[in-house]
Write a protein that binds this ligand. Structure first.
Ligand code: M6R
Length: 608
């Protein structure tokens, strides 16, 4: 959600800011703007809608300078509009600020300032911060920040220009991410790595409640009490091209196609495939800890939650361990019963999802160990957890998560196998057999992608359908949830996931001519049952599709079948995810949707 970029150095900042904002487009936005310090004044340009509108505006009404900040806004307080777009200034036009996050007490603060005679232009909580900084300005920005920041409740990542300090960008965070890098003849700040990756690979992460003063020569960090902080940078070795489309029409299609490589790399990171052994040093539990563990709680949101459900299922089944996956936004307010011998896994691609971060903190406050399953190096989840399992998906740009999901599910499968082995529910020979089978998955995924035309053709014939039901049992039910989310997220077709056995308990009444019913069927122990549920849907007029391995001649005659390569069925859901992603993609393509940036959604959800 919202994107921030800033530059101070010896180059003109406008091009750097616009390019940086382009790299942040994937986060979702509805307006954009920039502020530049030029000849002792703050010059602001803002435009509603796409970034190209801002670029046009800057062309028509040029602005230049060596220091500036830019922003893509995703509306929270006030509608998407020119007026509400960032940057916002204080009453004296001394300051310009951009902000990610939500100031929860902005209404009260606004009223207080209004009583002091401050007139507001916009409806935003961000302008409240700008006016507070202006009103309480001590003449020096750092002391002003120490005065004003404690007044703010909620979350924020702030970048601030002060015309009296024409070489410095001030930044502060609580909740939302902010990074600082050196490059392009100066220094840069951003809310996310891709924005500055072409200029800087050694990145400083602003910590919780920290403040930064960024100049062309470097950056000084302070804690919330004003004490200087020493920080070391983290080297980012992501491929810059990873943030380009590489000839694919959309990032989502590119990322779907990257999955065989992502699966291979994630697998080899955690498993020595030559020895068929889990790399002990990269696993979160020692043998003694694994044996002592009584309960594992996984937490995440959206797709990360669905990957967690897949992990929950395999950990229960294979490792005979009580594992429960919880929605982070529910967990954090549920007064959860946290037990003494319980460990947590916080799953997050971005590592910045506010609810997941809050749930992680709750578990830590209860004294429980938290393992992060995370894709973004240096993110909040990665930094605050006690241990880290990285997924090696590389930067995921499309809002709809695909390769990160696969990497999360695979990592949890490897963890389930390791726990099963350490807890004595799987022999070493059985573990090797399982790992060998897991090693087949990347190649099988590659072959599956080769059959995408069939799904594309099906989408071209059914994109007008009004509703889609995804059904499955056990792991396939969790896969169905992810399939339905993907579909609604980018095609906007109403899609629901049901446990196949639940159809008869209500949802069957919704099946009629024109409904699509897709059965995920990778688990042989419930295959017959799921298939009979599918045929019940067919008998009520549904157009039915089965996704599974080795279909019987009867099934081929009764349904459209998307056949999966013959894989070990413990891992087959990894393959089943691919046709579901392609199906959502091609339906959305037919419908002319904005696939990489679906309406109302953001890549990184840093507000509640
Ligand atoms: O970055 P996270 O994994 O924490 O994000 C969680 C969800 O917001 C995310 O998975 C969302 O559901 C995706 N857009 C789904 O494709």
């Amino acid at each position: 959600m919202c994107g921030i970029i800033g530059y101070t150095g010896d180059r003109d900042c406008v091009g750097i800011i616009l390019r940086g904002l382009e790299r942040l487009e994937y986060r979702g936005y509805d307006s954009a703007g920039l502020a530049v310090l030029e000849d002792g004044r703050v010059d602001i340009r803002k435009a509603q809608g796409r970034l190209s509108n801002l670029a046009e505006l800057v062309k028509a009404s040029p602005v230049r300078g060596n220091i500036g900040i830019g922003h893509t806004r995703w509306a929270t307080h006030g509608e998407p509009s020119y007026i509400n777009a960032h940057p916002h200034a204080d009453a004296n036009q001394r300051l310009a600020i951009v902000h990610n996050g939500v100031i929860e007490n902005s209404y009260t603060l606004r009223q207080g300032l209004a009583q002091k005679g401050i007139a507001f232009i916009s409806e935003t909580d961000t302008e409240v911060v700008a006016q507070l900084l202006g009103y309480y300005h001590t003449g020096e920005m750092l002391t002003t920040l120490y005065r004003v920041l404690p007044m703010l409740e909620g979350s924020f990542a702030l970048a601030i220009l002060d015309r009296e300090r024409p070489d410095t960008i001030y930044c502060a965070r609580k909740g939302g991410p902010l990074i600082v890098g050196r490059g392009a003849g100066g220094s840069l700040i951003a809310s996310d790595i891709p924005a500055i990756l072409s200029y800087s690979r050694d990145i400083f992460f602003l910590g919780e409640a920290e403040i930064g003063a960024v100049t062309p020569e470097g950056v000084s960090f302070y804690d919330s009490l004003g004490n200087p902080l020493e920080k070391t940078s983290v080297h980012i070795d992501w491929d810059i091209d990873a943030a380009e489309k590489d000839g694919y029409p959309h990032f989502m299609l590119k990322e779907i196609h990257q999955q065989p490589k992502v699966l291979e790399e994630t697998l080899r990171h955690y498993v020595d495939m030559e020895k068929l052994a889990v790399r002990r040093e990269r696993m979160p539990f020692t043998p003694a800890e694994a044996k002592a563990l009584r309960r594992l709680t996984l937490i995440g949101c959206g797709t990360a939650y669905y990957a967690g459900l897949m992990g929950q299922s395999l950990i229960r089944r294979l490792a005979r361990l009580r594992a429960d996956c919880e929605i982070a936004s529910e967990f954090r307010y549920s007064e959860p019963l946290i037990e003494a011998d319980e460990a947590f896994i916080a799953i997050s691609q971005s590592g910045e999802t506010l609810d997941t971060v809050a749930a992680l903190r709750l578990a830590k406050a209860a004294g429980r160990p938290v393992i992060a399953l995370c894709n973004v190096i240096g993110s909040t989840v990665a930094r605050e957890a006690d241990q880290l399992m990285y997924t090696l998906a590389g930067p995921e740009i499309a809002v709809a998560s695909t390769k990160a999901y696969s990497a999360q599910a695979l990592t949890l499968m490897i963890l389930a196998l390791d726990l099963a082995h350490l807890r004595g529910h799987m022999t070493t020979a059985e573990l090797k057999t399982a790992l060998r089978a897991l090693g087949e998955i990347p190649g099988q995924a590659e072959r599956l992608l080769g059959q995408k035309e069939r799904i594309q053709y099906f989408a071209s014939r059914h994109f007008n359908c009004k509703k889609i039901f995804f059904i499955g049992r056990l792991e396939d039910y969790y896969l169905a949830m992810e399939a339905a989310l993907k579909q609604k997220e980018i095609s906007y077709i109403h899609s629901e996931a049901y446990s196949a056995g639940e159809l008869k308990h209500g949802p069957l009444a919704l099946i009629e001519e024109g409904a699509l019913v897709i059965a995920l069927a990778t688990q042989s122990r419930v295959l017959d049952k799921t298939m009979s549920n599918l045929l019940e849907a067919k008998a009520r007029g549904g157009k039915v599709v089965a996704v599974g391995q080795s279909p019987t001649p009867e099934l081929l005659a009764a349904a459209e079948v998307w056949e999966l390569p013959a894989a070990d069925e413990r891992f087959a859901p990894l393959l089943g995810a691919i046709p579901m992603q392609l199906f959502a993609y091609y339906m959305a393509l037919q419908l002319g949707r904005d696939i990489d940036k679906p309406r109302n959604l953001a890549k990184s959800v840093t507000v509640e």
